[in-house]
Design a protein around this ligand. Structure first.
Ligand SMILES: Cc1cc2nc3c(=O)[nH]c(=O)nc-3n(C[C@H](O)[C@H](O)[C@H](O)COP(=O)(O)O)c2cc1C
Length: 211
């Protein structure tokens, strides 16, 4: 059945830039994202680790996409070396139709720290290449937050941490943004969503003298 004209079906590329490829933590996040996105988009998945294709060979798949979801782990406060290599190889395409105006969402996994810096810098690079950032489209999932949510005696205290459920918002907002870029359609105004935000307790003191 054809997609309704006000809700066109975008083509999205999931770029798995994890060092561990399909066996990594990032791959688990991207597999979940793929299931969410497949409801309203046509999804292609490209795993960089172990992929010997040149940028020129990958280019048609990137060009065909209306938007991107990029996943990486955190490695010494940086993104993976495979992502760095990819970005270096992509440099000649900076500011071209391959990127220009296409929305890019990012998921970063980490053990405990550094991932937000990776996310912010990666978003900066993507905008420089020519992409746009949908609202609430960047997520850092840390092992520390997963453990805290699983084991805390005070679940409310962990509610403000990023969690895998927030992927729903990332995927929803990416799809909304990608629809805008499909030419020849009458996509309706995007309906952005926000993940849960702590608006009451964010300034609370959480450290006591006993540590
Ligand atoms: C070489 C190396 C360096 C890492 N550096 C960091 C780091 O700086 N901060 C952090 O929180 N986690 C760090 N980690 C943990 C990874 O970011 C984490 O396990 C992530 O989920 C890996 O993603 P992947 O399984 O998709 O490769 C490091 C892991 C490796 C192997």
């Amino acid at each position: 059945m054809a997609a309704p004209p006000d809700r066109p079906r975008p083509r999205l590329l999931l770029l798995n830039a994890s060092l561990a490829g399909d066996a990594g933590n990032t791959a688990v996040l991207l597999a979940r994202a793929r299931r969410l996105l497949a409801r309203s988009s046509t999804v292609d998945v490209l795993t960089l680790a172990g992929n010997s294709a040149s940028f020129a060979e990958l280019r048609p798949r990137l060009s065909a996409a209306h938007g991107f979801l990029i996943g990486t782990g955190t490695h010494w406060d940086s993104w993976s070396s495979v992502l760095q290599e990819f970005l270096e190889d992509a440099t000649p395409a900076e500011g071209t139709a391959l990127w220009l105006g296409k929305p890019a969402a990012c998921v970063v996994s980490e053990h405990s720290t550094g991932g937000k810096g990776v996310l912010s810098r990666l978003q900066g690079v993507l905008v420089t290449l020519g992409c746009i950032l949908p609202p609430m489209s960047g997520l850092v999932l840390s092992r520390a937050a997963v453990l805290a949510a699983r084991h805390t005696p005070d679940p409310a205290a962990a509610r403000d941490f990023w969690c895998t459920d927030d992927l729903r918002i990332v995927c929803h907002n990416l799809t909304q943004a990608a629809r805008i870029g499909i030419s020849g359609t009458t996509a309706r105004a995007p309906r952005w969503r926000a993940w849960p935000v702590d608006r009451t307790d964010f300034a609370a003191r959480w450290l006591d003298a006993a540590g």
